[in-house]
Design a protein around this ligand. Sequence first.
Ligand SMILES: [Zn+2]
Length: 738
Amino acid sequence: MRPLEHEMDRRSLLRTAGVAAFTGMVPLDAAIAARGGYRSPARWEEGPMRWFQLAFTEDDPGRFDPRFWLDYFREIRADGVCLSAGGGVAFYPTKVPNHGKARGLGEQDPFGTMVKGCKDLGMRVLGRIDTHAMATDVFQAHPEWAACTADGEPRKHWTAPDLYLTCPYTDYNFKLMPQVLQEIARNYAVDGYFGNRVNTLGVCYCEGCRTLYHAAAGAEIPTELDTARPEAARYWNWTQSRFLLLNDLWNRIIRATNANGFFVYGTERRGALDYVGKDLGERNPAVFCDRQARSTDQGLFATGSLAWNNGRFAKELRAYMGDKPVSNIISVGVEEEYRWKDSVQNEAEIRIWAHSAIAQGSRPWITKFNAKPFDKRWMPVVSDIYRWLATNERYLRNTGNLATIGMILDPRTAALEGGNKGRAEIELHRFGFYEALLEARLPFDELDISYLDAKQLERFRVLILPNLVRLSDVQCETLRQFVRKGGRIVATHETSLHDENGESRGNFGLADLFGCRFDGKVEERVQNSYLTLRHPSPILAGLEGIPRCIGAVKRVMVTPDGPSEPAPLTLVPSYQDLPMERVFTTTPTTDVPMAFCRNVGSGRVVYLPMDLDRTFGELRDSDHLALLHAMVAWAAGEPAPMRVTGPGIIDMAYWRQAKSVAAHIVNYNNPMTMAGSYREVLPAGPYEVELQLPPGATPVSATLLESGAKVPFERNGQRLKVRVPSVRYHEIVAVDLA
Ligand SMILES: [Zn+2]
């Protein structure tokens, strides 16, 4: 049960402590905002579709062959490149005092050589800036630049004892780096800058930080840093406001030399506390995020073991970036805590991880550390993927996603409500629903909660609210209007119980839509309880063979608002589960509704008080999958814009381009989909693909881009059918429109 009184206390404290000052947006510099955020006036960032990052090691200068790489970039038709420039270690002859240089650099300029070579190839160039560490001599000249422990000791690098970690919130980034950026901008034809490990340090207790934080918050930097603690949340919000200020400062400096230049952090929004999506989406012209490979690491920020996670990460980026370019940074090596940075994965794994994200709208970015590769097995694989993408580029230049289901993404609340311990549990609602939609083959997109407004919702028919605990009154009203205008929502568990500050409302903010009210209690573990499926019901069409299924694990206690339509799902209360002779119940059925499915005006609302989504994320029960599928399908009340029939687990996406539509199928029918790495390609099929064409669109021809075959199509009104005989990794049904 949620300790409401305690929550109230800490939330009152949070407000009185002035945390609100740090939770909203840091306003964009007015001059930059007038130009539409950092979107470059030339919008050059919308050009590159295939990125490559060459990250130098300190022994590269004089020992690597620039021609080898330039020839490879030309071969693979890469059109964007990121090259190590400076930050802690410069790969060009810097004159900025205390800007560290690569060992053995001398007067050589590997960065400059590669910039020129890449520009001659017509590529766009990002300079890679990594500021997280500095050499001992720099530390001795400026001990105040070092990050410090809580007792004020400078922090040495965890793997390189001759390096010190830098404080990202004070002068190293705010005073030294502007000189470095100016130097690079003046001397090299760089289009933009990419920050590696600029904003990932975490807490710092240096003198400069303590002074700044005290001035801003009137408090000491806390030592207990769990995000569920208000003083910690306040600190993490402050670090974010520093990084947003730094972002604005660096962009101003860059733009003073190159009006089309910009800087972006090369890390995603996640930290101890997630950034407000809008703070990033309104600033960044493009994002490039590390999602290098799957991993056995089960940590919160790990890439996880599922092959389709890279597609999820791409959707999460687009949730706050909208139609701006997003890239997942893909490594060709093994990504595990043991850090085999010179490793190479096999072909099948590189392919599935890359295509997982490409299908969901990510522009691939392959990264390679060390310009003297030991093991070149990956090179023909990346070449093959990139050349295929280049050949088919016009079907990948998407102008819009055609999914009509949108899932609202709110990882920040998970951190604030759950803290270090409970956050993953809250996020599992979204991950479970994600997986259910994927398995149910319902194409969907994600939208960051900070963009929850009428305009952003226009493209969606159905919104999924996976345990969105915190919703403001304004957001509740937006959802109410959405439903009134014919929109549909599927909400689970504690959705709308708290306002945007985490204050309990004592009832759902959306109680009128749900058709029930909160009883003040949440059961955190319901054991040996079941759900009765009440047939016949239009909501359960197709599930007639399932009379009863296992219940979910958690339950929000609710009371229906007056007499309602018969519930399609009712509760079988928990009963004894041992000894086996006692495992029976005297109440095999009840009328306690476990799904509230209502027509509201021309809209529809499904509310599930149990955590079916989270339980599905935990257990992957097939009856729960069928139920979640049925609820979303009933809410939609119309066929999905893309339907695929055929075997197994696939991911889908449906996109529009200038003169075509493209339907993507990614083949996850492989024993290594859930963990490990693909060993081989196992083609799956056949599939029948049915597409809803945009209004007024006339199809001319259909081509399968993976197989390379033109295929016949059947047309029935604005629905079009194509047969796909087999999918290796990633088939795209490309339909040219008149
Ligand atoms: Zn500091």
